[in-house]
Structure formats: structure tokens, C-alpha cells
Design a binder for this molecule. Structure first.
Ligand code: HEC
Length: 180
């Protein structure tokens, strides 16, 4: 983690960590989580989104290595996938990552993931760079973010389909930069 967005998120994350370290020491982490310790992710942080799944091309079983919708976006300019990704994002993710992925929330700015790949001139290297970024995105979303026993982001694997997660990736990738 590096960069201004993460740095801004740090005090928040650190204060959560500290709060939980103290509270968990006193009452045990399970109780602390059940009581809804302020700022630490809980079960009810999982918000199931409403969106039109029928416009997302089905991907079948098995997790893809890279965003299968990326090329669709580029060649046909498939706005529908991005539109659904945005709907999902604003219902399930915006509370922590900022409305429209603005990064103006307690959690990191997701637009930064893989941004540097755009400047890689060599197509093969660029594809590998994007695949790395996709892998990081996918595994963060599927498994959530748990550090030293504290859940900073819940796992979304059971709540979102593979199609929904790649639609989110497509949306986040094209979400415009915001002036700060
Ligand atoms: C309850 C707050 C919360 C919600 C809701 C949430 N996240 Fe997060 N997310 C976080 C926090 C906090 C981190 C940073 C955790 C860390 O670094 O340990 C994070 C990290 C991530 C990362 C890795 C970021 C990086 O720079 O490495 C991705 C990707 C991500 N979230 C995607 C999503 C998506 C997609 C959704 C919606 C489906 C979502 N998150 C919903 C709090 C949340």
C-alpha cells in the first residue's frame, strides 16, 4: 500500500485497529464484532446489490484469470457492463470506497489498481500487468481483507457472482479521475 489515497486511509484504519486491539483484549474479538465495534467491518457490511444480471455475458464455472469483459468494453464500448458495474458499486462498495469510486471514503481508491499498466507500451507486457492487477482485485474482493484477525473488508465471494465482480472491475477501471 502506498500513495496519497492509502495514506489518507491509514489513520482511519490504524484507529480501527487500535480500537479493536483494546476492545478485543477486553471482551474477545467475537463479542466485539457481534457488538458492532465502530469502524470494523461486520456481516451487515455485505449489501446485496440490485442490478440487471441479464446484460452481463455468462462466464460459467471456474474463476477467470483476467477480466473477461475488458476487451468487450474496448471493442464494442459495452456501456451496459460498466453501467451495471457502477450500480453494483454504488450499492455495495461506495460506503467505504467513495461514490462512483471517487476514493473519497475511508478505504483505498480502487481506480489506482492497474493504472500504471496503461503506460506500458509493449502489448504483451501490458496484458501481463493487467492480469496481475485483475488478480489482486479479484482476490481482494473474493476473500476480503483480514489482517491480524481484524476484518477491514468482508469477503464478497458468497454475495457476488463472478460476472458481478468483473463488471465492478470494468466500472472501476474506467471511472474518471476526480479532482481533489
Ligand atoms: C466496510 C467497508 C468496505 C466495503 C463495504 C468494501 N470495502 Fe473494499 N476495502 C475496504 C478496506 C478498509 C480496504 C483496505 C484494507 C486493507 O488494505 O487491509 C479495502 C480494500 C479493497 C481492495 C484492495 C485495494 C488495494 O488498494 O489493494 C479492493 C480491490 C476492494 N476493497 C474492493 C471492494 C469492492 C469491489 C467492494 C464492493 C463489492 C468493496 N471493496 C467493499 C473496505 C470496504
Amino acid at each position: 500500500m502506498s500513495g496519497p489515497a492509502q495514506l489518507r486511509a491509514m489513520p482511519n484504519i490504524l484507529s480501527r485497529t487500535l480500537a479493536c486491539t483494546l476492545a478485543c483484549w477486553a471482551v474477545g474479538s467475537a463479542t466485539a464484532l457481534a457488538q458492532g465495534l465502530d469502524g470494523v467491518a461486520r456481516e451487515d457490511d455485505i449489501v446485496l446489490p440490485q442490478y440487471d444480471a441479464s446484460v452481463l455475458p455468462p462466464l460459467g464455472p471456474g474463476w477467470r484469470e483476467r477480466n473477461p469483459y475488458r476487451d468487450t468494453d474496448r471493442t464494442t464500448g459495452s456501456v451496459e457492463i460498466v453501467t451495471q458495474g457502477r450500480r453494483i458499486f454504488n450499492q455495495s462498495c461506495a460506503r467505504c470506497h467513495g461514490v462512483d469510486a471517487s476514493g473519497l471514503g475511508p478505504a483505498p481508491d480502487l481506480r489506482r489498481i492497474g493504472l500504471a499498466c496503461r503506460r506500458v507500451p509493449e502489448p504483451e507486457l501490458q496484458a501481463r500487468c493487467e492480469a496481475d492487477a485483475d488478480h489482486h482485485f479479484l482476490s481482494s474482493v473474493r476473500h476480503g481483507k483480514v489482517r491480524v484477525g481484524i476484518t477491514h473488508m468482508p469477503p464478497w465471494e458468497k454475495a457476488l457472482s463472478q460476472e458481478a465482480i468483473w463488471a465492478l472491475r470494468s466500472f472501476v477501471e474506467q471511472a474518471p479521475a476526480t479532482k481533489r
